[in-house]
Design a binder for this molecule. Structure first.
Ligand SMILES: NC(=O)c1ccc[n+]([C@@H]2O[C@H](COP(=O)([O-])OP(=O)(O)OC[C@H]3O[C@@H](n4cnc5c(N)ncnc54)[C@H](O)[C@@H]3O)[C@@H](O)[C@H]2O)c1
Length: 274
């Protein structure tokens, strides 16, 4: 790891209490960023924050439901009041479940889309407004930037690359993350704000363990067996790690990623080739 590429940066990571978000937060803290842990779980939000502060720069716990747009607006005001600015947003928080097309209900659809799509978009928009407000006057007047002034990274999924028969709402939400990324990158390019997305495939987290519990039972398999078989289908024949997603996020968030915007990267062991 290159030491301290994010020295002193102010980074909000949503859903950083566990799983991939935790890996991203830890990576960022080690790279010198102050991580704001924007997490709905009131236990993990404090545990993760304590850990990030112990491995790197001081972190801040911010218990929040990112689907609540008023709460997101308040978070952006609070973080700005405390640190003076926001440099990085990682939109990682997300819900996942398997539901067949014939069993889908409006309630399940709305619950998932509220967080993965609507919540993600308004988090991005609210932080982007702050990033624009904190730009030097010269950049605002010129309508072009001499360097990157903000970084936004959205966590999509390989499920956003093609439809999933048993998770259409999840697929829809994750393909929306890709098009939101493209649109936002174009809208914010003149301000020097880079927006990119990452598609993980199988990073064993609670999200996958919960799926395994349901799907192993459905398919008459031992606990853990469904997930094992799923990992075997990844071309590299191994699961990814939250740290690997953190490494990609850190690269994009650092100066090394300054000329990259509007892109979506598969970090997926070769699962998708586009
Ligand atoms: N794990 C994988 O293999 C994988 C693959 C593709 C995409 N992803 C995506 O990566 C992201 C993280 O996944 P994960 O596997 O770490 O999941 P996870 O369920 O282990 O962790 C998600 C975290 O987000 C938090 N969260 C959920 N809803 C929230 C809300 N409304 N407000 C704030 N926080 C909220 C949860 O409490 C949890 O801490 C998700 O967007 C997921 O869709 C994961």
């Amino acid at each position: 790891m290159n030491a301290q590429r994010l020295q002193g940066k102010i980074a909000i990571v949503t859903g950083a209490g566990r799983g991939i978000g935790y890996g991203i937060g830890e990576y960022f803290a080690r790279e010198g960023a102050h991580v704001i842990v924007a997490e709905i779980n009131r236990e993990t939000v404090y545990k993760a924050t304590e850990h990030f502060s112990s491995v790197g720069a001081e972190a801040l716990a911010y218990p929040i439901d990112i689907g609540d747009t008023d709460a997101v607006a308040q978070m952006v005001r609070d973080v700005t009041a405390r640190y003076g600015r926001i440099d990085i947003l990682v939109n990682n928080a997300g819900l996942s479940e398997r539901v067949g097309l014939l069993e889908m209900t409006p309630e399940r659809w709305d619950t998932l889309l509220r967080v993965n799509q609507r919540g993600l978009f308004f988090c991005l928009q609210t932080v982007a407004n702050q990033m624009v407000a904190q730009l030097p006057e010269s950049v605002k007047q010129a309508g072009k930037a001499d360097k990157s002034y903000g970084k936004i990274i959205n966590i999509s999924s390989i499920a956003g690359r093609r439809g999933r028969a048993d998770a259409i709402h999840y697929s829809v939400s994750k393909s929306a993350v890709i098009t939101i990324t493209q649109g936002a990158a174009m809208a914010l390019a003149a301000y020097g704000i880079n927006v990119n997305a990452i598609c993980p495939s199988v990073v064993p987290t609670q999200l996958w363990y919960q799926l395994d519990e349901v799907l192993a039972k459905r398919d008459g398999l031992q606990p853990g067996e469904w997930l094992k078989q799923r990992i075997e289908r990844v071309p590299l024949k191994r699961a990814g790690t939250a740290e690997q997603i953190g490494a990609m996020c850190a690269f994009l968030a650092s100066e090394e990623g300054d000329y990259i915007t509007g892109q979506t990267y598969n970090v997926d062991g070769g699962s998708e080739l586009n």
